[in-house]
Write a protein of this length. Structure first.
Ligand code: DUC
Ligand code: ZN
Ligand code: ZN
Length: 465
């Protein structure tokens, strides 16, 4: 199958130019001008007035994550389908090592969940909950199998938590095998002390989830793990950074030349602690790190994105129904499953708030949602590029289209939206995954099982720093 995407504006990190894109089979054959009528194709997609961008890459999702006695609701089928509707053509999900189990068992379980079900391509990172001599050795094998990143937590004592020794040992191991440590950086033990004090005082509403997880607890843990990485001589990537206190630590680290990288998520740019009020309704917004007060965090995070102290925006997509799942925490905010739906809305929210809002250029938008994650997670230039030889993961994007976000029209398998009623400008007209159109003007045309596992190489962080 040969397709020509004609007359669009190709937007890449390097600049924007009027060009046609010729797709042959699963890859991009050529990017150039004047191809219409000159090349034989099966279909021509007219992109006049539209942008042609590399498909979005969301490097932080949790399909079917077991958490708080339940499971994140989206499967690889529903979650990647929703991603495709939102212009995201690659996800990297977190396989989970349970305590007392091997990395292998966790990874095999995630392969079984995804294989034959995903609509777009997917990779895995590995959550390490049990750092032992054996699991440290297993890391080398995972790197060789295309799973080169490992997420550890300074939060969630008794569940995912690792102490400093475990984190440092895992970092040393990545120094030998080329992998990357991704850190959930909040001081979990200190948070648990404050949370228990609030509950003892009868402060059990969801709102207090947002209060007890102090920004300084995130700042402290962020500084600590960056310092540990510097001591181990390895790069480190801070996931879902939410607060100025943590951003300042990343800024300082980068200023002194440390290989510290970080992502934030749409919820920290568009939602705030205020959303967590209104009684138990606030449970819809319970995630960790929590939503922060709007000032000063929102604009500082945007500044971080502009100045490249933050390189990526991913979603931490981890959806739980309000009815039946979030409700597990009625009467005790500590029992509310942590996580928000978001995989479908990231690209449009960032376009609306970033590009339309005048905070970032459209080229920087493409970098943040696609090219930087491809580079940092070993997928570039197969993914994240509009260039000959790259996978034809492409979006014909209408920068003027408007839609109202709502749970009644979204495709994520969850009974509410954090952005209910918000109008966003910008939307995906045509979404292509490896040369196949998977979404066309709001209709799904893809296929369960089309998505393939991506073996990823460790990124060259020396070059990225
Ligand atoms: N944070 C969340 O909100 N959900 C899943 C795990 C995490 O770290
Ligand atoms: Zn996390
Ligand atoms: Zn997460």
């Amino acid at each position: 199958m040969r397709t020509l995407i004609a007359n669009g504006t190709v937007v890449t990190t390097g600049g924007s130019t009027s060009a046609d894109v010729l797709v042959d089979g699963e890859t991009i054959a050529a990017v150039g001008t004047g191809m219409a009528g000159m090349v034989q194709v099966d279909e021509t997609i007219d992109a006049t007035g539209k942008w042609v961008i590399p498909g979005g890459i969301d490097v932080h999702t949790h399909m079917e994550l077991p958490f708080g006695g339940t499971f994140a609701k989206d499967t690889f089928e529903t979650g990647t389908r929703a991603a495709a509707f939102g212009g995201t053509t690659t996800i990297v999900d977190f396989a989970v090592q349970s305590k007392g189990k091997s990395l292998r068992e966790g990874l095999d379980a995630w392969h079984a969940k995804a294989e034959g079900n995903a609509v777009v391509d997917y990779g895995f990172h590995m959550i390490m909950s049990d750092v032992t001599d054996d699991s440290l050795k297993e890391m080398d094998q995972l790197v060789a199998e295309g799973v080169p990143d490992f997420k550890l937590f300074t939060a969630y004592p008794g569940v995912f938590y690792s102490d400093d020794a475990a984190i440092f040992r895992a970092m040393q191991q990545t120094g030998r095998n080329g992998g990357l440590i991704m850190m959930h950086a909040e001081n979990g033990p200190a948070i648990d002390v404050v949370a228990a004090q609030f509950v003892a005082d009868g402060k059990t509403d969801p709102y207090y989830h947002g209060v007890v997880r102090y920004p300084i607890f995130e700042g402290e843990a962020t500084n600590r793990v960056i310092r540990l990485a510097e001591a181990a001589g390895v790069p480190v990537y801070i996931v879902h950074l939410s607060a100025l206190e943590a951003l300042d630590q990343v800024r300082q680290a980068r200023d002194r030349g440390a290989a510290a990288f970080a992502e934030t998520c749409p919820q920290y740019l568009f939602l705030s602690l205020d959303d967590m009020g209104n009684g138990f309704e606030g449970s819809k917004f319970v995630c960790s790190p929590p939503l922060r007060p709007r000032d000063p965090h929102w604009e500082e995070l945007w500044k971080g994105l502009r100045k490249d102290d933050l390189q990526v925006v991913s979603t931490d997509h981890c959806p739980f129904d309000f009815h039946g799942q979030k409700e597990l925490g009625r009467g005790d905010f500590r029992k509310i499953p942590n996580g928000l739906p978001g995989v479908e809305d990231r690209v449009d929210l960032l376009h609306d708030g970033g590009v339309v809002g005048g905070r970032i250029s459209k080229e920087r938008w493409v970098e943040i949602i696609s090219t930087a994650p491809a580079r940092m997670f070993g997928m570039y230039p197969q993914k994240g590029a509009v260039a000959a030889g790259a996978d034809a993961d492409l979006v014909v994007y209408d920068p003027n289209r408007k839609r109202v976000i709502s749970a009644t029209s979204h495709h994520m398998d969850v009974d509410y939206s954090c952005y209910e009623g918000r109008t966003v400008q910008g939307g995906s007209d045509v979404v292509m995954s490896r040369g196949s159109v998977v979404v066309r003007n709001g209709t799904f045309t893809g296929r369960k099982g089309h998505g393939r596992f991506l073996r990823r190489a460790p990124a060259d962080f020396a070059r990225l720093a």
